[in-house]
Write a new protein. Structure first.
Length: 313
């Protein structure tokens, strides 16, 4: 795999590292199976692209895209806690609705940003090629977001949100409004996913209505790969594992598609994705199974009564 292809995989992996962080918050922190990300990811891209074409500053357009993603996540949580619709069904309803909303926002299936200013063009250096500068800027953004998330979950509100997902009944007994923190958690999760969508649209030169297909699968795969390769109990290492899992996932995809002996082509992307996700899901079970089969070190024979008496003397 060439240097340009490797840096391209790193660029996409860092963007989906934000998706992995959002999926981690919904699935692991607040224990909410949320499929809204398949709609909030293109929502972020659609809002950012449409506002940039309309003349907005790219930074302001990205901020509005983040707010739009937060609103989508809050709506999903409200359908569950307010109307008592089951979690999975509430997220599916919002995801389906977002498809039409994204078309309404863009006014057409896609919006091009090739000639428009973006965050990458604003902060670019003249002597730095795009394939080098973009990963560096994204690395700084992901590192800043991860640091803010770690600080938030170490705060009182963050601990209350973690308690909501860990043991809702105990959290309510301690006076925590679990319904409110569920809304906050899904809003934060989808805000991160929408930020990833906005950055993806600006990185790839446009937003498309189908850019969110399979986002939840990629996010879950990144979380599972990261947890398998970097198992940790602390939240700081857990969020780091999500980002590393997303980057490694994209490198696996790029390596498989660029391996000549496999004969894979661009149209095989979904097949490779399905295989990698299946392996990621099976890896914890295989790790436990092979761990049990490893031979244990032989233990010394139990001391006899005579030996025990001699040691006692």
């Amino acid at each position: 795999m060439s240097l340009i292809a490797s840096l391209g995989a790193l660029e996409i992996g860092l963007i989906f590292g934000l998706v992995a962080l959002g999926v981690f918050i919904s699935f692991r922190v607040i224990n909410f199976p949320d499929l809204t990300v398949d709609g909030s990811f293109p929502l972020g891209g659609a809002v950012a692209a449409t506002l940039i074409v309309a003349g907005w500053h790219p930074l302001a357009a990205t901020g509005v895209a983040v707010l739009a993603g937060a609103a989508a996540g809050a709506l999903t949580a409200w359908l569950h806690v307010g109307l008592r619709i089951m979690q999975l069904l509430a997220s599916i309803l919002v995801m389906i609705a977002l498809y039409s909303i994204n078309l309404r926002v863009m006014g057409k299936p896609n919006v091009a940003l090739i000639t428009e200013p973006t965050l990458f063009s604003l902060f670019a250096f003249n002597d730095w090629p795009d394939y080098v500068f973009k990963p560096l800027l994204l690395l700084a953004v992901v590192a800043a977001v991860k640091g803010l998330i770690d600080l938030f979950f170490a705060s009182e509100a963050g601990l209350a949100m973690r308690a909501t997902g860990g043991n809702a009944r105990m959290a309510r007994a301690q006076g925590i409004s679990t319904d409110r923190f569920t809304i906050y958690g899904l809003a934060l999760s989808n805000a991160l996913v929408a930020l990833a969508g906005a950055l993806f649209a600006q990185s790839q030169g446009g937003a498309d209505i189908s850019m969110g297909v399979g986002t939840i699968v990629i996010g879950l795969a990144a979380v599972i790969v990261g947890e398998t390769l970097l198992p940790a109990r602390g939240l700081v290492l857990a969020t780091l594992a999500c980002v590393l899992g997303a980057v490694l996932y994209r490198f696996f995809i790029a390596g498989a598609l660029n391996a000549d002996f496999l004969g894979l082509q661009a149209q095989d992307l979904n097949l490779v994705t399905a295989v990698l996700v299946a392996l990621a899901l099976l890896s914890p079970r295989l790790k436990r199974r092979f761990g049990k089969r490893l031979p244990r070190p032989a233990q010394g024979a139990a001391p006899t009564k005579t030996t025990a008496a001699k040691e006692a003397l």
